[in-house]
Write a protein that binds this ligand. Structure first.
Ligand code: NAD
Length: 450
């Protein structure tokens, strides 16, 4: 269906693989480009290189149908496509700027392989204005004799969340497409026809996404503004939580009542250990740095980021209060992934917390349903069975609210622990169940210790 020359998706990470598999599932001919040989081999055998619900079956079906292939050969990808979605990583760089080396590398490879007109679509989150730089980078590599008019760069930011990425991709609330060439915008929007009409098995015609067509810089800005606002909500409620602790109010009840106001809404108002993951930290840093470059002091963004960093230390301070000194204290950490439903540990709160606790001499054991080691904290012992992380401990901390952890038996835990302290850094346990087992419960911003 759709485009005769098909679609290329460059970079097969969380965004690219989900996009490639979903577009193939919707009937498009898709060629994924990936430079990591291990990932490429895994993808071509239909095995996702990371966990995401609903992905593996779509990947395998796409490959089986012949509509989805993966390669490291840019020439064949460009020859077989008209629209190229750029989904490579933009990790944190220096001074808040994202590291654009993967985008630059992909742009050069695209340019060298272009002969016919192509639409290059940035899905990677890139600093505002990157479209112009990308165009110039690709143009500089075009083979001799190839007209510069072969190229149009469009921004189409991605809003999916890890843990529900497939569902988010298929059921977005909005699709943003920004650029200067009307024809290219129409073609990119056309790729999403079935998502926009929700005309697929499992689609919801009552919840059709809004298509936002705009300028390229505006589209790039929308992505940063959306992530910055979500990050702000989280830091806001965490600051309220810290205030609640001093006045003996319960932040969960405060947040519920505040969120009942439809101008505010209930989402992203869960107090806890703050955000983690590959996007919020990097994107708020990038937006702040862009503002500074223009002479604008990003007062809110700076505060939002400081509150989030501080929140990780709140957990360490709570442990210190209960266990002082931490030297020799045995502490269990439940959860390494930055949130449930993913095996991604990029910028996970556990990294800061584990390092800080180890520096203070604590002895740590951790558990996660999907993650069995943390490269940033190589000495951290990780167990598949969460009871192995909490038994014999003086205290344990819930850092990721995996359902497996929420279903644990507190009587069994109370029997096997050396101490009694439970720090619920996600406010996800039932305090009464914890206390009922004879343990000491402390959440974030909930009534003073039980
Ligand atoms: P990722 O690190 O999981 O995947 C990037 C992939 O690109 C890797 O597999 C890497 O090997 C590959 N790659 C790098 N250079 C390449 C090249 N020159 N040619 C081909 N492949 C190359 O990253 P991700 O989490 O999928 O994020 C991708 C982009 O999307 C980032 O800009 C991110 O900010 C943005 N984004 C991410 C999410 C998310 O939840 N992860 C959500 C929205 C937007």
């Amino acid at each position: 269906m759709g485009n005769e020359r098909g679609i290329a998706v460059i970079g097969s990470g969380y965004v690219g693989t989900v996009m490639a598999a979903c577009l193939a599932d919707l009937g498009h001919e898709v060629i994924g480009v990936e430079i990591d040989p291990a990932k490429l081999a895994s993808l071509n055998s239909g095995v996702a290189p990371f966990f995401e619900a609903g992905l593996e079956e779509r990947l395998a079906a796409g490959i089986e149908s012949g509509r989805l292939v993966f390669t490291d050969d840019y020439q064949s990808a460009m020859d077989r496509s008209e629209i190229v979605f750029l989904c490579v990583d933009t990790p944190p760089g220096t001074n808040g700027h994202p590291d654009m080396s993967s985008v630059a590398g992909a742009a050069r490879s695209i340019g060298a392989a272009l002969h016919e007109p192509h639409i290059i679509v940035t899905k990677s989150t890139v600093p505002v204005g990157s479209g112009n730089w990308l165009e110039a980078t690709i143009e500089a590599e075009l083979p001799l004799g190839v007209d510069r008019d072969v190229l149009c760069v469009v921004s189409n930011p991605e809003f999916l969340r890890e843990g529900s990425a497939v569902s988010d991709f298929l059921h977005p609330e909005r699709i943003v497409v920004g650029g200067d060439c009307e024809d290219a915008i129409e073609k990119v929007a056309h790729v999403y026809d079935r998502v926009l009409s929700q005309d697929f098995d499992g689609g919801d015609p009552m919840a059709k996404p809004v298509l936002v067509k705009t300028g390229r810089a505006t589209a790039e800005t929308i992505k940063y503004a959306a992530n910055a606002f979500l990050a702000t909500k989280i830091s806001f409620i965490n600051e309220i939580a810290n205030i609640c602790e001093w006045i003996d109010a319960d932040v969960a009840e405060v947040a519920r009542a505040v969120g009942l106001d439809s101008r505010i809404g209930p989402k992203f108002l869960s107090a806890g250990v703050g955000w983690g993951g590959s996007c919020f930290g990097k994107d708020t840093a990038a937006l702040a740095s862009m503002a500074r470059e223009q002479g604008i002091e990003p007062l809110i963004l700076d505060a939002v980021r400081r509150v989030n960093t501080n929140q990780r230390h709140v957990v360490v301070r709570k442990l210190q209060d209960h266990l002082r000194p931490l030297r020799g204290a045995r502490i269990g950490l439940l959860g390494l992934a930055f949130k449930p439903g993913t095996d991604d540990t990029r910028d996970a709160p556990v990294i800061t917390i584990a390092r800080s606790l180890m520096e203070k001499g604590a002895i740590l054991r951790a558990s996660d349903p999907l993650v069995n080691s943390l490269p940033e904290v190589p000495d951290l012992r990780v167990f598949a069975d969460p009871y192995d992380a909490v038994c014999d401990s003086d205290a344990f901390v819930l850092l990721t609210e995996w359902p497996e952890f929420l279903e644990m038996d507190f009587d069994k835990i109370a029997d096997c622990m050396r101490g009694k302290v439970v720090i619920d850094a996600r406010n996800a346990f039932d305090p009464e169940a914890v206390i009922g087992a004879g343990l000491v419960y402390e959440g974030i911003g909930r009534h003073a210790r039980h």
